[in-house]
Design a protein around this ligand. Structure first.
Ligand SMILES: [Zn+2]
Length: 263
């Protein structure tokens, strides 16, 4: 009799400890959640750079995945304002971004984004627009900017910033902002480092140029995206299965993946 009471008590205590540990883990996980910032480049069948290309069919599937599973796509403005205000974003909040400003973003991604009522940000190489036929035209940029797309800078010439001189750094960072603002007639608040390359000094130049935030790739060691000038993003690949996508967009991907040095 006594033995069975002891076993019962032991089981009760163990369950109690497990429940407390589980609640603790849930609370801890809640605090680790980071809004996933999706990073795309090309949406095209062109396969010269498969790492950076998602086919139109798979892009549509990925956007369908977001809609079907109740993800909330917020704007970069919402992300930055919320982060500054230390807002706790609900799970399944995501941000969509594109680097380089390829014309296929207009042809193949923009119609899908519109159909899904999703916003996105595109980072432009300011001095290549109107010169490189694979990139967006300024007319396309204007049209997209009036329809839910935010435009940011990705320098003037897509240079690897850590290797540039002080003078060139200023020209690439400030100059691209000025060019895009003049063309768009709107302020440009966001910047993306080409190839994710940055340093503390480069971050300070970006801040001094008046940008509100800057995006990296998976470079930098701020897993929580607290530093607005080194926001790490998650590369979305053509071959990502729904399970991989779910994992990448869990909000805990940064916690476990290997982040790379900033340059
Ligand atoms: Zn780029």
């Amino acid at each position: 009799m006594r033995k069975s009471i002891n076993v019962k008590r032991l089981l009760l205590t163990a369950s109690f400890i497990l429940i407390i540990a589980f609640i603790g883990l849930c609370i801890w996980m809640q605090g680790q959640y980071v809004v996933p910032i999706m990073m795309y480049h090309r949406v095209s069948l062109a396969d010269e750079s498969p790492m950076n290309t998602v086919s139109p069919k798979n892009f549509t599937k990925q956007m369908d995945f977001l809609r079907r599973n109740g993800y909330q796509v917020i704007t970069v403005d919402d992300l930055i304002q919320g982060t500054k205000a230390r807002k706790r974003f609900p799970h399944k909040t995501v941000v969509i971004t594109f680097d380089d400003g390829y014309e296929d973003n207009y042809k193949n991604a923009f119609p899908v984004l519109k159909e899904h009522h999703f916003s996105a940000a595109i980072f432009l190489i300011s001095d290549y627009l109107g010169v490189n036929p694979n990139l967006l035209t300024w007319d396309q940029v204007k049209e997209m900017s009036q329809n839910g797309i935010t435009f940011g800078s990705h320098t003037r010439h897509h240079v690897y910033l850590p290797e540039e001189s002080e003078e060139q750094l200023k020209d690439e960072i400030q100059g691209s902002k000025r060019v895009i603002e003049e063309r768009l007639g709107e302020p440009v608040h966001y910047f993306a480092y080409p190839s994710g390359g940055f340093s503390e000094h480069i971050k300070s130049l970006v801040a001094m140029a008046g940008y509100r935030a800057a995006f990296s790739t998976n470079r930098g060691y701020d897993r929580y995206n607290i530093d607005l000038y080194e926001l790490s993003r998650i590369r979305i690949n053509n071959w990502d299965s729904p399970f991989v996508l779910w994992n990448k967009l869990s909000g805990y991907y940064n916690l476990f993946r290997k982040l790379r040095p900033s340059h």
